[in-house]
Design a protein around this ligand. Structure first.
Ligand code: G1P
Length: 231
């Protein structure tokens, strides 16, 4: 059994792109909306929506298309996209959990660690339900929890508070630049999920949890002190 160090007890996970690949479903729904509005939205541009809230994402698409909408129209179309997305999420299954995630979560729990899911998605709980992951997290915070969007660290600070831990006792796992920035500003250890060249501010970057050992993460992270809290 991996002995968790005295220092590292909290493991805070972003959802989209870290635990499950819901980004493809968000893209399908946003792309359908963009097509309805005549806005060109190629797959590579979806990267620019990572970590943004639903309304921020819609406003970014409108900006790209040079379109104006009243607040009422934006609320309507954000709701339309959300209905399309929820239809896709409802059909998700446990097979869509990214490789190695469940064994890693089990290793954390078996070693006495505490787990939190912190996502800007207001549909996070529905995704966890469809993929049967709810029981793996001691704390679940969705997009309704934090008022300030990343790179503000509020979403991660709320998770640490709920875990009764300080940021320096926690490791954040996020796949987006804004998420890594938020974790560093908040004084957390941060493990990026993806490619090192995309997440230069992360202490450590792993491609995913497949073949990922908790002990390796702890050894690597414990050698680095968390960023100094700013602000
Ligand atoms: C919202 C955005 C989505 C983004 C997600 C996480 O999800 O719509 O594009 O990936 O936050 O930042 P929603 O609350 O609509 O489920």
């Amino acid at each position: 059994m991996t002995d968790l160090s005295e220092k590292m007890k909290g493991f805070i996970f972003n959802l989209d792109g870290v635990i499950v690949d819901t980004a493809k479903y968000h893209y399908i729904a946003w792309r359908r909306l963009a097509d309805e509005m005549g806005v060109d939205f190629p797959p590579e541009q979806h990267e620019n929506l990572r970590s943004l809230s639903r309304m921020e994402s819609l406003e970014k698409i409108l900006e790209w298309g040079g379109l104006y909408m009243t607040e009422a129209e934006k609320l309507h179309w954000a709701d339309v996209k959300n209905n399309w997305y929820q239809g896709l999420v409802a059909n998700m299954t446990p097979e869509e959990v990214l490789p190695g995630v469940v064994p890693f979560l089990n290793a954390v729990r078996n070693s006495g660690g505490r787990t939190a899911l912190s996502s800007a998605s207001r549909n996070a709980r529905a995704v966890l339900k469809s993929t049967r992951l709810e029981s793996y997290f001691d704390v679940i915070l969705d997009g309704s929890a934090a008022r300030k969007a990343k790179p503000h660290p509020e979403c991660f600070l709320l998770a640490a508070i709920a875990l009764h831990l300080s940021p320096s006792e926690c490791i954040v796992f996020d796949d987006a630049v804004l998420g890594v920035q938020a974790a560093r500003i908040g004084g957390f250890h941060i493990v990026g999920i993806g490619k090192p060249e995309h997440l230069p501010d992360a202490e450590l970057v792993i491609p995913g949890f497949a073949d990922c050992r908790l002990s390796d993460i702890l050894i690597a992270v414990e050698k680095m002190s968390p960023a100094v809290t700013v602000g």
